[in-house]
Design a protein around this ligand. Structure first.
Ligand code: BMA
Length: 329
């Protein structure tokens, strides 16, 4: 147990965890059980990836991106006792919405789930004349109440902060255009009521190498003594197409659009067979992290090759030291 607790948060003694394998010096290491969720965990799925999980009851719950066999992008609920073996509901989530204009489901992908005060908020890439950020809340993972979309199309990677900042709800997002855009920077927006979003601030843009084409926020930011720890994905355009890796950044606690330290090298890039081979080769895409504050353990859930769901682990002190030692100037 570290002497000083760096993460501001709760204990999660049942966090799914594996120690760093002997001989491995990487700051983030893969689960030996990867991929933890196969592409065909429910009969209708073509692939299950880019999904979000949280502690729930004595175990875990989550919202899973399940592309079906007609290749429609759907969101499904899942439950697990250990965070590794998941029981995914074969029926997709039917969001409850007072306004059919907003509630008519076109498609949903890349969900994030954020515990906030007394309920879970789901944000996802929601089809409304192009992708934008949908928001819904639930307390039971049965009924999901859909709110207004946060932004105009086109936008992706909407990630809420787990508490108010300066008295307002806060969200990161990545304005873009239709399809697989060749650009994209991370912005910060705030809202008094989860309906009206504004005071948009630029957080960070692309940088060299693995994050040179576009970037997008990943799991819900983790509050630490050193700032908000944000794991994010970055994309490089290779002669063989896009390559998705992930890195991390520390953002100012009071003004999270201010970058304190940002990694120059990636933390994890597609290197294993299940990350390099699948419907979209060479993709690792993190959407969630479980955290045990007293031990500083962090378990990251990420999609691999747009096909399966995987897990990786890191320890917060080592990760923060790595970010500082390998920061972009
Ligand atoms: C992004 C999103 C992700 C996907 C990635 C790689 O634009 O569509 O869902 O994992 O591309 O294909």
């Amino acid at each position: 147990m570290p002497d000083k607790q760096v993460i501001r948060g709760d204990a999660l003694p049942n966090i799914p965890w594996e120690d760093r394998p002997e001989g491995c010096s990487d700051v983030v290491w893969r689960s030996s059980r990867n991929p933890i969720i196969p592409r065909d965990a429910i009969p209708a799925s073509n692939s299950i990836f880019n999904s979000a999980v949280v502690p729930f009851g004595d175990g875990f719950a989550g919202v899973f991106r399940c592309d079906d066999k007609s290749r429609q992008m759907q969101l499904h609920v899942g439950h697990s006792n250990d965070g590794i073996t998941w029981d995914i509901n074969p029926d997709r989530i039917e969001f409850l919405c007072n306004d059919p204009e907003i509630g008519q489901f076109q498609y949903g992908y890349d969900p994030r789930v954020c515990w906030f005060e007394d309920r879970y908020y789901v944000t996802w890439c929601n089809g409304y004349h192009g992708p934008t950020i949908g928001i819904a809340h639930t307390t039971d993972f049965v009924n999901f109440h859909q709110l207004e979309n946060a932004f105009l199309p086109y936008n992706r990677n909407g990630v809420m902060f787990p508490r108010k900042i300066d008295g307002k709800y806060a969200m990161l997002s990545r304005p873009s255009d239709r399809g697989h855009t060749p650009f994209g920077d991370i912005y910060y927006s705030e809202s008094p009521d989860l309906c009206h979003w504004g005071r948009h601030r630029f957080v960070m843009g692309t940088a060299s190498g693995w994050q040179s084409t576009k970037i997008g926020a990943g799991p819900i930011p983790i509050e630490t003594e050193e700032g908000w720890l944000l794991i994010y994905h970055g994309v490089l355009t290779s002669c063989n197409g896009f390559v998705y890796s992930y890195g991390a950044v520390l953002l100012d606690l009071d003004e999270p659009w201010r970058v304190l330290h940002r990694t120059k090298p990636y933390l994890l890039s597609p290197q294993t067979i299940y990350e390099c081979v699948g419907d979209t080769p060479n993709v690792v895409f993190p959407c969630a992290a479980l955290v045990d504050a007293p031990t500083g353990r962090i378990s990251i859930y990420y999609g691999a090759a747009d096909t399966v769901t995987c897990m990786a682990h890191t320890q917060v002190d080592d990760l923060i030291e790595f970010i500082k030692a390998n920061r972009m100037e």
